[in-house]
Design a binder for this molecule. Structure first.
Ligand SMILES: Cc1ncc(COP(=O)(O)O)c(C=O)c1O
Ligand SMILES: N[C@@H](CCOP(=O)(O)O)C(=O)O
Length: 466
């Protein structure tokens, strides 16, 4: 399997190189040169398989040429052996039509663990094949950071520098990152928003000398391997609900468009997906883009769903590329325009390509609170605010009532206890597997959100190439 850049001029690479590279050298994102295709019989054959076996079957075509099936199975078993639920991503029924897909049973209590536990294993395996060291630079609005740190802490050939927006993540999220005191873990709180942190990370990649000198790699969903691992749970859930003989709709609380793009990939591979609901909070650039073709960056508003307080969604570029006819040169121009003016219109081809599968909704704080209450009253489920954004949107979906609707539950409620308590009166407590989070010592740097400050900090601590 080869991968091409969404901006058309970086070299096509195999899976191993794409995983280690993160971002393409032309600033684009890697996507498979074509989508693997699963027949109805192949999908039916996933029925009854464990999560690990499902993962092996779904991901095998993407890693071909870099890992054989036995190697992939070994890495998946190691990654998913750390989840606290036997099903890894269990389904919970809310009523006759609505389901939650619980993605938070990993070590750091958010869906990011599903991909990042595997990515940690992939890095280790690929680095063991070469004499090299990686410097990971990442941006987090709260959950990617802790999941990535958990996945790579203590690994010898990796340093990780994780930027989070100072004061804009929950206390649990911050502590899950800053109390990991391994020598290869470097947490940085920057002045600014998640978008500022993400722009700094992309700027480091786009500085070719810096990127080469420190052998930069990515753990954000700009890294293709992140999305690949997330495709698995769409298959796993849909097959349990009757696919391929029944189409399933998914509602996905969305920020950087990674999780929902993985659903698009599953549909491209042949999974019968009735609709993908893109559920945003009031930071609604994606809703405006899908509903009106207007992708223009507004001011980020701080909400009770901080992980989705995002106005520039990295993976939207992958959709614009694929749905718009895969013209990398044209997309490079379009993205350059967006980077300069912070606004762009989708082309007709991009809008038409997206509208077949996607729908969207903007969910405000009141609707989020109502959804949390409904989940508790209807099914006794205490859900986190991000999942509630997805559920509120799911309940508004315009589809045949016979189609099951699965909301992706992306975080454990205890990561956001204040918002949950405000909505339901119940203060969720942290599961024992996260231990004594509030008793541990924290360590992190506070930096201005400037390229100079951040690169100087990284350069002073990272291992340069020999
Ligand atoms: C809890 C939670 N829900 C939803 C999202 C949105 O996911 P995505 O960025 O893949 O759209 C995030 C972070 O991105 C998150 O941490
Ligand atoms: N919500 C995310 C933002 C980064 O998204 P990613 O999926 O691109 O890593 C977070 O929790 O950090």
């Amino acid at each position: 399997m080869h991968y091409v850049s969404t901006r058309g001029s970086a070299p096509a690479l195999g899976f191993e190189d794409v995983t280690l590279a993160g971002l393409a050298s032309d600033g684009g994102l890697y996507v498979p040169e074509s989508w693997p295709s699963f027949s109805a019989d192949q999908i039916r054959a996933l029925s009854g398989l464990s999560y690990v076996e499902t993962a092996v079957r779904v991901m095998a075509p993407f890693v071909a040429g870099s890992l054989n099936e036995e190697e992939l199975r070994e890495l998946c078993a190691a990654a998913y052996g750390r989840f606290s639920h036997d099903a890894v991503t269990p389904l919970v029924q809310l009523d006759h039509r609505h389901w939650l897909l619980e993605l938070f049973h990993g070590p750091t209590l958010a869906f990011k663990d599903v991909a990042l536990q595997l990515l940690g294993q992939l890095f280790e395996r690929f680095l063991s094949r070469r004499d090299d060291h990686l410097t990971i630079v990442g941006a987090t609005s709260g959950d990617t950071g802790s999941a990535a740190i958990d996945a790579v802490a203590g690994r010898e050939k990796i340093d990780i520098f994780m930027l989070h927006p100072d004061g804009r993540v929950s206390d649990v999220q911050r502590r899950q990152m800053t109390t990991v005191l391994a020598p290869n873990v470097h947490n940085i709180a920057i002045d600014g928003s998640f978008d500022d942190a993400q722009a700094l990370v992309k700027a480091m990649f786009n500085d070719a000398d810096f990127a080469r000198r420190f052998n930069l790699s990515a753990v954000n969903s700009i890294n293709w391997a992140r999305l690949m691992a997330q495709v698995v749970y769409y298959f796993y859930a849909a097959v349990r609900l009757g696919a391929p003989d029944r189409a399933i709709a998914f509602s996905v609380p969305t920020g950087n468009f990674g999780d929902v793009f993985a659903g698009y990939v599953a549909a491209k591979m042949g999974l019968p997906v009735a609709k993908l609901m893109v559920a945003t909070n009031v930071n609604d650039i994606l809703h405006r883009a899908l509903a009106e073709g207007d992708y223009s960056q507004g001011q980020v508003v701080a909400t009770a769903t901080p992980s989705m307080d995002i106005q520039v969604s990295s993976n939207f570029e992958r959709l614009l590329f694929d749905a718009g006819g895969r013209d990398g040169k044209a997309l490079a121009e379009q993205m350059k325009g967006f980077e300069a003016s912070k606004a762009m219109r989708l082309t007709n081809a991009q809008r038409d390509g997206a509208s077949a599968l996607f729908t969207s909704a903007r969910v405000d704080a009141d609707a989020m609170t109502m959804a949390m209450r409904w989940a508790y009253d209807a099914a006794g489920q205490v859900i986190d605010p991000h999942s509630a954004i997805g559920l509120a949107a799911a309940r508004s979906i315009d589809l045949d009532p016979a189609v099951p609707v699965v909301t992706l539950a992306t975080a454990h409620a205890a990561k956001f206890p204040t918002a949950v308590e405000r909505a339901t009166g119940i203060r969720p407590s942290l599961p024992s597997r996260v231990g004594d989070l509030f008793a541990r010592e924290e360590a992190y740097a506070k930096l201005p959100g400037t390229f100079e400050a951040v690169t100087a900090y990284v350069a002073g601590r990272a291992t340069p190439r020999g």
